[in-house]
Write a protein that binds this ligand. Structure first.
Ligand SMILES: *Cc1c(COP(=O)(O)O)cnc(C)c1O
Length: 390
C-alpha cells in the first residue's frame, strides 16, 4: 500500500487533503515522495516560521533530544525556564503557562479568566464574549468560544457561557456585557475567518471597556504571534496590552507547543493542581522555540517581515484576477474576482506552490525568512495558475 492508500484506510477522515505526500523539506521548499519540488507559502499553517529544517533550529532540537528528551513537570528544566524568561523579557507579560497546542493555550486562558473572576467576585461571573467569525480551536470549550454557528453542531452539550459580538462594532460588545462578564477574547487579525484585520479604534475601545469593568482581555495570538504580523506579537500593532495572550503555531518552529502569557495582575491565579499537562514544557520543543525566538525577536528581522509583506501585496495586486489583498506582515489573504479560491489552491499545488485558503480567500503564511526571490517565484506560479483558469 502506498502512503495515500494507507492514510485513507487507517487514518480517520477528518481532513480533505491535497493529493500530495510530502517527504522532506529545506527552507521554503518541500519535496514529495517522487522527488517533485514545491515552494511552500503555507508553512504548515504558519508553524514552520523559519521554513523546513533550518540548520540552527535542527541543531538546537537534536542537541536537546540527545541530552534529555522529557521530564515531568514535577522537575525543573533549563529550556522551558529559559524560554519563559525570554518571553517575559520581550513582552510586558510576567508569567507563562505551557501546553501543547493553540486550543490548549486558549483553554488555559479561559480557565485563568474564569478563576480570576471567581476568586475576586465569587461564582456566576463567568461569561466570555468572543467575536463572530472567530476561530479558537477544536476542543469542546474552544469550539464554544469560536463564533461560527457551523462549529456548534453534533457534539452537544457545548461549554456554556460564550456570547458572540460583531467585530468592529463596540456597541455590540457593550450590549453583551453584564455583571456576569469575566472576559473578552479576540483575534486582532482573524486568521481562519478570512484574514480580517480588526480596526485599531475598535481594539482600543475594547481595551478601555475591559479596563473600566475589570474584565480580562484575552488576545488569541495562536496564528498572529511570534513575528507573523511584523511585530513579535500582533497586539503591538494596535497599541494596547491584553491581560492574557495565547500563542502556539509559529512558536516551536515545527514542534507542538502552546503558551499562555499573563500580566502581573493574573500571575498568581493558577496554583498547584489547578492546571497541567503531561507533555507541556517539553525540553526538545522548548529548545526549538528558544531558537525561533532568538531569530524572530530581532528588530531587523521583524522589519523585513513587514517589507516582504508589503512587497508581496504589491506584486499580488498586479495579478489579473486578484480583486483585493489584505495583509499584516506575512499574514496574507487574497480575494479573487471569481469565487474559486479552493479550486485555484488545488491547481497551485499541482503547479508546485503549496498555498492554503481561509473562507473564500487564498491565504499565504510563508516562512518568515522567505527571500524576495522566493516571493517572486510564488507570485509567478500563482499568476500562471489563475490565468490558466480564466
Ligand atoms: C490554529 C488556531 C487555533 C487552534 O490551534 P491548535 O494548535 O490547532 O489547537 C486557535 N486559535 C487560532 C487563532 C488559530 O489560528
Amino acid at each position: 500500500m502506498d502512503t495515500k492508500q494507507q492514510d485513507k484506510k487507517y487514518i480517520m477522515n477528518t481532513y480533505g487533503r491535497y493529493d500530495v505526500a510530502l517527504k522532506s523539506g529545506k527552507g521554503c521548499y518541500a519535496f514529495d515522495e517522487d522527488g517533485k519540488k514545491y515552494l511552500d507559502v503555507s508553512s504548515g499553517i504558519g508553524v514552520n516560521s523559519l521554513g523546513y529544517c533550518d540548520d540552527g533550529w535542527v541543531e538546537a532540537v537534536t542537541k536537546q533530544a540527545s541530552s534529555i528528551q522529557h521530564m515531568s513537570n514535577y522537575f525543573y528544566s533549563p529550556e522551558p525556564s529559559k524560554l519563559a524568561e525570554k518571553l517575559c523579557t520581550l513582552t510586558p507579560f510576567t508569567k507563562v503557562c505551557y501546553g501543547n497546542s493553540g486550543a490548549e493555550a486558549n483553554e488555559c486562558a479561559i480557565k485563568i479568566a474564569r478563576k480570576y473572576s471567581f476568586d475576586k467576585y465569587g461564582s456566576g461571573r463567568n461569561e466570555i464574549i468572543t467575536l463572530k467569525n472567530s476561530f479558537h480551536g477544536r476542543t469542546v470549550t474552544t469550539l464554544s468560544a469560536t463564533g461560527q454557528d457551523s462549529f456548534h453542531n453534533f457534539f452537544f452539550p457545548f461549554t456554556e457561557g460564550f456570547l458572540y459580538a460583531d467585530a468592529n462594532d463596540i456597541k455590540s460588545i457593550e450590549n453583551l456585557i453584564s455583571d456576569k462578564t469575566c472576559a473578552v477574547l479576540i483575534e486582532c487579525v482573524q486568521g481562519e475567518g478570512g484574514v480580517n484585520i480588526l480596526d485599531k479604534s475598535f481594539v482600543q475601545a475594547v481595551r478601555k471597556l475591559c479596563d473600566d469593568k475589570d474584565i480580562v482581555l484575552i488576545a488569541d495570538e495562536v496564528q498572529t504571534g511570534v513575528g507573523r504580523t511584523g511585530k513579535l506579537f500582533c497586539y503591538e500593532n494596535f497599541d494596547i496590552v491584553p491581560d492574557l495572550i495565547t500563542c502556539a503555531k509559529g512558536l516551536g518552529g515545527g514542534l507542538p507547543i502552546g503558551a499562555c502569557l499573563c500580566t502581573e495582575k493574573l500571575e498568581n491565579v493558577m496554583q498547584p493542581s489547578n492546571h497541567g499537562t503531561t507533555f507541556g514544557a517539553n525540553p526538545v520543543v522548548c529548545a526549538g522555540a528558544n531558537y525561533v525566538l532568538s531569530k524572530v525577536s530581532d528588530e531587523k528581522f521583524l522589519d523585513e517581515v513587514n517589507e516582504k509583506g508589503a512587497y508581496l501585496k504589491e506584486k499580488l495586486l498586479k495579478i489579473k484576477g486578484v480583486k483585493s489583498v489584505r495583509n499584516l506582515g506575512l499574514m496574507v489573504g487574497i480575494e479573487l474576482e471569481k469565487d474559486n479560491a479552493h479550486n485555484i489552491a488545488v491547481k497551485c499545488v499541482e503547479n508546485g506552490l503549496l498555498i492554503i485558503t481561509a473562507k473564500n480567500l487564498l491565504r499565504m503564511l510563508p516562512p518568515l525568512n522567505i527571500s524576495f526571490d522566493e516571493i517572486d517565484e510564488a507570485v509567478e506560479i500563482l499568476d500562471k495558475t489563475i490565468q490558466e483558469d480564466i
